[in-house]
Ligand binder design. Structure first.
Ligand code: SIN
Ligand code: FE2
Length: 223
């Protein structure tokens, strides 16, 4: 059973970090509400440019099921899934071409967010771009296809809101249900690097910047 530990609507009990710009959700987990807000129009425009070169696609799980979340990537390495499994690769499997370059604004935001959360010198070499239409969801998983778990995960939410689920290092423990809204940035790393996480089915809606869609940028150091 899912257990709501607390709602971020009432975050008064959480430790403020980064000069009040962040809220600590765990020893290595920091929410930076609205950190990407000012940059969001530019980020969404860049997503459009990337998707013209490397279109969103519903990848297959190793079991052969199409994911409800559509994905593309930018940067030196992209995360892919198919019947052969999960991995990072330099080329888009659909085109054989390298993934589009990571826009400077993406890397800068990711490094700044990581630093605010206490992870200095984070330089991502992979940016997975997730597109959730209403009804899309991502089941609880760990990010463990990267080589160096000392590097954090930086996750940027754009467009429609999501209910993010954050568990511990086991699937079965208590889960925090964390509303993520447009512009929020969530960082987890260090002792929290292997926390299970997922996204509940996105509710129908319209966002002025993205329309009926949520985007998530997940920045990682894959190598
Ligand atoms: C992911 O875990 O890859 C996606 C997280 C999110 O969409 O917020
Ligand atoms: Fe993930």
């Amino acid at each position: 059973m899912q257990q709501d530990l607390f709602s971020l609507a009432d975050d008064s009990g959480l430790e403020a970090v980064a000069g009040g710009r962040g809220r600590r959700l765990g020893s290595g987990t920091v929410l930076l509400p609205g950190l990407a807000l000012a940059e969001a129009p530019n980020l969404v425009a860049e997503i459009g440019s990337i998707a013209r070169v490397a279109p969103f696609r519903n990848m297959l799980t190793p079991g052969g099921q199409a994911m409800s979340v559509a994905m593309t990537n930018c940067g030196p390495l992209g995360w892919v899934s198919d019947r052969a499994g999960y991995r990072y690769q330099a080329n888009d499997p659909d085109s054989g071409q390298p993934w589009p370059a990571m826009p400077a604004a993406f890397g800068q935001l990711a490094s700044a967010a990581a630093a605010l959360a206490g992870f200095a010198d984070f330089v991502p070499d992979a940016c997975l771009i997730n597109r959730y239409l209403p009804g899309a969801r991502m089941s609880l998983h760990q990010d463990r296809d990267e080589r160096d778990f000392s590097q954090p995960i930086v996750s940027v939410s754009l467009g429609l809101s999501a209910n993010f689920q954050l568990a511990g290092e086991t699937r079965s423990g208590p889960r925090l249900r964390l509303p993520l809204v447009h512009g929020d940035v969530l960082v987890w790393g260090g002792p929290d690097r292997l926390r299970f996480h997922g996204v509940q089915s996105i509710a129908a809606g319209e966002h002025p910047l993205t329309g009926a869609c949520r985007y998530n940028l997940t920045f990682r150091r894959a190598t």
